[in-house]
Design a protein around this ligand. Structure first.
Ligand SMILES: CC(C)(COP(=O)(O)OP(=O)(O)OC[C@H]1O[C@@H](n2cnc3c(N)ncnc32)[C@H](O)[C@@H]1OP(=O)(O)O)[C@@H](O)C(=O)NCCC(=O)NCCS
Length: 167
């Protein structure tokens, strides 16, 4: 059994919202994801496991594309499946897909205290561009703005092998 990446569809939203709610203090709602799926500037992907009886979502990524820029809004994995390469596969897939469409600049913001996310993005080559003081209204935490410039096509390992998922 492999996990593979596909476009986010309405049938994935129940799993997506469950992961979202357990991953973020100020989670997006189902309605917000739903609108994003339909938006022409939205790029939304899920990593799924096909169990024969239906797909289980292991992680997702959402982003907006405007001209040659991509803003990554959300990336999260089911907490039981972290550190198995799913987040990397999702980010690689997004970068590969939108690079073909002419996107070279990638931006995101993350909570300063989210050291896992900061390490994850740095591993990808994102660099810290600036700090937004007190950006998050719930905790008044600062946001770190990070940027990646991609100058050549990205090799993509979209499937995460069963071994990596420990089945
Ligand atoms: C950030 C997140 C999506 C990473 O997904 P993941 O599938 O666990 O990441 P990967 O397995 O692809 O990790 C790739 C590399 O990133 C770094 N990394 C990932 N998680 C890390 C952690 N908790 N601590 C330190 N480094 C980490 C490591 O270098 C890792 O490589 P390694 O496992 O070989 O050491 C995941 O931790 C998550 O869902 N977090 C909750 C939601 C969140 O905070 N999203 C980001 C919002 S800005």
């Amino acid at each position: 059994m492999n996990a593979f990446i596909k476009k986010m569809e309405p049938e994935h939203l129940e799993d997506v919202v469950a992961i979202e709610t357990s991953s973020f203090p100020a989670p997006w709602t189902r309605k917000f994801f739903s609108q994003d799926i339909d938006a022409y500037y939205g790029r939304n992907f899920v990593s799924v496991l096909d169990r024969g009886t239906g797909e289980k979502v292991l992680g997702y990524i959402t982003a907006w594309v405007v001209y040659d820029e991509c803003t990554i809004n959300k990336i999260a994995c089911d907490c039981s499946y972290r550190r198995r390469g799913i987040g990397s596969a999702l980010l690689n897939h997004l970068i590969k897909e939108v690079y073909i469409q002419g996107v070279k600049y990638f931006f995101l913001e993350t909570r300063q205290l989210n050291t896992a996310a900061v390490s994850f993005y740095q591993e990808f080559g994102f660099i810290r561009k600036s700090i937004r003081k007190g950006y998050y209204s719930d905790t008044k935490e600062d946001a770190i703005v990070m940027e990646l410039y991609v100058s050549e096509p990205v090799e993509c390992e979209g499937d995460v092998k069963a071994a990596a998922l420990n089945f």
